[in-house]
Design a protein around this ligand. Sequence first.
Ligand code: PMP
Length: 295
Amino acid sequence: MSSVPFDDRDGWIWLDGQFVPWREAKVHVLTHGLHYASAVFEGERMYGGEIYELTAHTKRLFESARILDFEIPYTVAEIDQACKDTCAKNGLEDAYIRPIAWRGSEMIGVSAQHTRIHVAIAVWDWPSYFKPEEKAKGIRMCWAKYKRPSPETEPVHAKATGLYMICTISKHAAEKDGYTDAMMLDYRGYIAESTGSNVFFIKDGVIHTPLPDCFLNGITRQSVIKLARAQGFEVVERHIKPEELATFSQCFVTGSAAEVTPVAQIGEYSFTPGALSLSLMDDYAKMVRRQLATT
Ligand code: PMP
């Protein structure tokens, strides 16, 4: 990734209904979202001028806000259009899109009913989440120290900033030890997800993936399940125990940023990126560019 800081770039950011020069898209230090994590966001990609699953992402943004007890003061159609307009304004046809909504500065404290809700959309060129050379041979992951919390502990189905605190800590620990990412278990000890993507395993031609009952049911995850089933593969959504990883031959992760990325290692378990993982990786890349006939 480029080393140019994210607050010091050329371009335009959509902020509360208007385009502002990139460097001027600022918030005050007494912003509720910064102090109390009252913020929700999305991560999307535009391929060849079209944002993949744009409305699904926008609807999830609205649903995440609703779960955090605030309402985004626009319609889904307006935010969809604003995402497209922001790409166009920045002259990008292949881009990563980051909408974010947060509570403002009118109140600072746990109670925040009368804060204004802000929305911003930034877009930038971001070709690959994992390095292309790693992607081909599979990324290496360790186990995360933290577990995905129970639905009784956190609003686990919102894509909310607060839920990423343990992801950043876990990813830093992984990178410090030379791994690319960390695999998180859930509060019961089942396999959950990585710090920014969902996970799939393959044995005997059958695809297995954890039930998303306490973490994000990723839009990419849902697309890949549909794609694999349309190709005649069996996909089983179930609870998976860590010790079962010894029985799987292939593994891959999915996400809007990560796309489909093969995994070579999770802790003590090794996998070999095989034909099915690699064909799903290629087919997903074609599908998002509308180059695949089956969807
Ligand atoms: N889990 C986490 C923690 C994530 O950050 C992401 C990326 N948004 C995903 C899963 C995958 O979600 P999606 O496919 O909707 O991008």
